[in-house]
Design a protein around this ligand. Structure first.
Ligand code: GLN
Length: 500
């Protein structure tokens, strides 16, 4: 059978079930695809070919004995290189973790392997997930498979590109302010940021702990439901995980949507939005209207502050979380075997412990990370704490309350994901503010903690994919799945694949 790499989780799982293919064949096909196009796309930091084949063989053996573990048993999945994977190099796309091999497994990935999934490799990202284009990676910039001169979005750009270019069957990403949804939109795939606390963050390098979430990046809405079923749930290693029962998300698919009301928050439309994106989003709204859904305009007045609030909180939490990368315990270091390592020119610089910290961090961390650590320490410092950090937390509450209020009247919100389609490589690297603005529509969701999904909704005249964002109240993933699957059923944007 040819081109198995094109399959979705559901299709591959059915074929495995019927005995038409083996997991080893599937993995070989995905590996061949990676060999053919990885040079062009650059989606991976590490490809785990041998491990994948080993896991696939085991899956096939289990299947022969009738001991299939789950719908993802034997399915090749890619993982953003921010998840700690035991025995597999995990870099966070930073030099400071260049040769770091974790001794433990993140909960989300452990759940994948316990369900029989196969690890294809670790995907590229913005360094420590800070960025919107993968350009802050210390290793490479991933290219958008739809146009290799453009970015795939970020920070989970490697995962998004790998899914879009069929270099894996599905992937995991993380989303602190848009890092699943924005690259999903820019690469034409499905990306779900679940409710904060729905999926354990244990073992995933923390960026901003009160905003970080983990979710599926897939070719279809159904595949996202399959993956969320597996990774969701309370975890004793992450006290912020929710105790609420995890529903079977698959049962939301194809359900009646006629009684639902969609809210169109006016703050997400207008200034700065590309006209083609505007048209695509309006077209999507019409598709829902044609299905008999009520659509009403709503307002979230505090959302205009969300980007400012987001960055102050992110900087503060980043400054705190990054303190552990000190060049002593692990990662890039100026001290090895209790001896200072210094080249001749550095000899004079490294004299004591503080010099070790400073030099290790100066060499190991990228510019965007440093920028955030410095700004974070600034907004947390005495005298500024009340003016910035405390104020940001207060306004964060207002943003949250706006969402709570609006969801008393509507079931879901529909907005653009990003104001534009994929931008050119290097177009925004010299202008952090421009880069930050590309997340203007995804960022407000994380301070509110609610779930949101990006689904493919159209293409620009340059054949670049554009997604729409569906936002639900706390633990409202089922409503998202209902509407997203209904949309997918009557459109074929998700079936388009880039020509590579
Ligand atoms: N682009 C946003 C940022 O740089 C979001 C990143 C993320 O969600 N990890 O902060």
């Amino acid at each position: 059978m040819k081109h198995l790499y094109k399959l979705t989780i559901k299709e591959a799982s059915d074929k495995l079930y019927r005995g038409e293919i083996t997991s080893v064949e599937l993995v070989n096909s995905v590996m061949e695809r990676i060999e053919q196009i990885e040079d062009k796309v650059g989606a991976y930091i590490t490809v785990t070919r041998e491990l994948a084949l080993e896991q696939a063989k085991k899956s096939d053996e289990r299947r022969k004995k009738g001991r299939v573990l789950s719908p993802i048993d034997g399915i090749p999945i890619a993982v953003k290189d921010l998840f700690n994977t035991k025995g597999v190099r995990t870099t966070a796309a930073s030099k400071i973790l260049d040769d770091f091999v974790p001794q433990y497994e993140s909960t989300a990935t452990k759940k994948l392997w316990d369900a029989g999934a196969v690890l294809v490799g670790k995907t590229n990202l913005d360094q420590f997930a800070m960025g919107s284009s993968t350009e802050t990676s210390a290793f490479k910039t991933t290219k958008n498979p739809w146009d290799l001169s453009r970015v795939p979005g970020g920070s989970s750009g490697g995962s998004a590109a790998a899914v879009a270019a069929d270099m894996c069957i599905a992937a995991l990403g993380t989303d602190t302010g848009g890092s699943i949804r924005q690259p999903a939109s820019l690469c034409g795939i499905v990306g779900l940021k679940p409710t904060y606390g729905r999926v354990s963050r244990y073992g995933v390098n923390a960026m901003a702990s009160s905003l970080d979430t983990i979710g599926p990046m897939t070719k279809t809405v159904e595949d996202a439901a399959i993956l969320l079923n597996i990774i969701a749930g309370q975890d004793k290693y992450d006290s912020t995980t929710l105790a609420t029962k995890v529903p079977n998300y698959l049962s939301s698919l194809g359900q009646d949507i006629k009684d639902l009301t969609i809210g169109i928050p006016k703050e997400f439309y207008g200034k700065g939005m590309d006209s083609e994106v505007d048209m695509i989003v309006k077209n999507a709204i019409n598709i829902f209207k044609e299905r008999g859904i009520k659509v009403v305009e709503v307002s979230l007045p505090s959302v205009k502050y969300a980007l400012d609030v987001y960055y102050i909180i992110v900087w503060a939490e980043v400054a705190s979380n990054m303190a552990r990368y000190d060049g002593i315990r692990y990662g890039h270091s100026k001290i090895k075997n209790q001896k200072l390592v210094s080249s001749k020119s550095e000899g004079s610089k490294i004299k004591n412990l503080e010099d070790v910290y400073i030099t290790s961090r100066t060499e190991g961390l990228g510019d965007e990370v440093k920028r955030r650590v410095m700004l974070g320490n600034y907004v947390l410092s005495s005298g500024y704490y009340d003016a910035y950090y405390k104020k940001a937390q207060q306004v964060r509450n207002l943003v949250k309350q706006d969402f709570e209020k609006v969801f008393k009247n509507v079931d879901i919100l529909l907005t653009p994901v990003s104001p534009t389609a994929a931008f050119k490589i290097a177009e925004k690297t010299d202008n952090p503010l421009q880069m930050y603005l590309s997340d203007i529509h995804t960022v407000p969701i994380n301070p509110a903690g609610v779930p949101a999904m990006s689904i493919p909704a159209g293409f620009t005249k340059n054949n670049l994919p554009v997604g729409i964002q569906l936002i639900a109240p706390q633990c409202g993933e089922e409503t998202i799945f209902k509407l997203a699957s209904a949309f997918e059923k009557v459109t074929d944007f998700h079936k388009q694949r880039p020509n590579l």
